[in-house]
Design a protein around this ligand. Structure first.
Ligand SMILES: [Zn+2]
Length: 413
């Protein structure tokens, strides 16, 4: 039964099971509230769409036909998307960029023809519904397992800026290396991994030895140098405000002074240390690669990258558009062919690129909850497959009866 939304009215408990669909969540605080209220019964779906297609849809929705062709309106559409991702001047505004990567499940909504929409429902959202309802037994894809490994590597990082994780898999789906953004240590690898117990480990990570981020320190030194060198800036009375404004330029986005090896590079280097080829591998990374990592990924012969969190500071697509493809339908994998093979070709080979695409499916956050065996799968005597929930109910609906009361309390405040 479909119940219409009535603002301010509390839905009275009727012992029936109920599912709420909330269209469009755009702030991390909304997610926090929903997770706190509904716990394990809440699932956030992150909808992925290629930027060019998003721009096309915004133009189609808000502008007339002749307007859509004008650059002025195209740049307004881009500005709209940017403000949607992060309204920097308003902490209560839209912050889709911060909210999006907290999703439990990701689906790609780039294509808009009906056949693809049906596939989105069957293979994308349909799979999530089967996981929630236990209608069918669902187990992870190679990609979901790889991203879960990347997430596990991510939380090893003690970097003061952000945590990023990466996992490199071979053509058969085996994880060949993982990486995290962390300070490298002499002898190979990064700090934070030690096996000796006789001596306390030497640990020179920023968090444990220096207490400061070297990237910020160096950026600030450049800002001070700039103010010192330009006489017209020297006389400004509020130097603190001036420095803050300079930091808001792309100077504040410089990332080269970090002491950390980035997660993607750590994974590639880890493979190199143990002699595993990175040619033809696929890289799963929790954040879109920066431009430094992008060039290493291309150089390492990785054929595909999947990522979750966007990284607006990255110039990877601008600087390496010759080597990176974002449209899976136009993609030819990069291939190294020998001179002997090339001699046999009658026409030039298709130009290969590294595919950078957003991750789809069960997010690391949902992985254990989705795939851990919480139901009995067989009849204990005959051994025949039979899915039965545990007698005490499963985690998805354990608190169903208390929700209406909880909602009533929340709506009071
Ligand atoms: Zn990087």
């Amino acid at each position: 039964m479909k119940i219409p939304y009535n603002p301010g009215l509390v839905i009275e408990p009727d012992d029936g099971k109920r599912a709420y669909l909330i269209d469009s969540i755009r702030h991390p605080a909304e997610i926090q509230l929903l997770r706190r209220t509904y716990g394990q019964s809440f699932a956030l779906i992150g909808v992925v769409c290629q930027e060019s297609e998003r721009e096309r849809r915004v133009l189609g929705k808000y502008f007339t036909d002749p307007q859509r062709l004008q650059d002025k309106f195209a740049s307004q559409a881009r500005e709209f998307i940017k403000r949607d991702a992060d309204d920097v001047d308003n902490k209560h505004g839209q912050h889709v960029g911060d909210a999006f990567h907290q999703a439990d499940f990701f689906v790609d909504n780039t294509k808009s023809d009906p056949k693809d929409e049906q596939q989105l429902l069957d293979e994308g959202l349909g799979r999530l519904i089967n996981i929630v309802t236990h209608e069918k037994l669902i187990r992870p894809t190679i990609e979901e397992t790889a991203m879960h490994h990347a997430h596990s590597a991510r939380v090893r990082s003690a970097c003061l800026s952000r945590q990023v994780g990466a996992a490199l898999i071979d053509e058969g789906g085996t994880v060949v290396a993982t990486g995290t953004n962390e300070v490298p240590r002499a002898g190979g690898g990064v700090y934070g991994e030690h096996f000796a117990s006789k001596f306390p480990p030497h640990d020179d990570r920023c968090a444990f030895s220096r207490g400061v981020c070297s990237n910020n320190q160096e950026q600030n030194a450049i800002v001070e140098e700039l103010i010192e060198q330009l006489p017209e800036l020297k006389d400004v009375s509020d130097k603190f405000d001036l420095a803050a404004r300079i930091r808001k330029t792309r100077l504040g986005s410089l990332i080269e002074f970090s002491r950390a090896v980035h997660a993607e590079m750590d994974a590639v280097l880890s493979a190199g240390r143990v002699g595993v080829s990175t040619t033809g591998t696929r890289l799963f990374v929790t954040t879109f690669p920066c431009h430094y990592c992008a060039r290493h990924i291309v150089g390492a012969g990785v054929s595909e990258v999947q990522y979750i969190e966007p990284y607006p500071k990255s110039l990877a697509l601008k600087l390496h558009c010759d080597a990176i493809e974002v449209d899976a339908d136009n993609w030819n994998p990069p291939e190294r062919i020998s001179i002997a093979e090339e001699r046999k070709l009658t026409e030039p080979p298709a130009e290969g690129r590294v595919l950078f695409r957003p991750f789809n499916g069960v997010a690391p956050r949902l992985y254990e909850r989705a795939f851990e065996k919480t139901w009995e799968l067989k009849d204990k005597v005959s051994g025949e497959m039979k899915m039965t929930p545990p007698g005490w109910g499963d985690g998805w609906g354990a608190f169903t009866l208390s929700y209406p009361q909880l909602e009533a309390k929340l709506s009071e405040s």
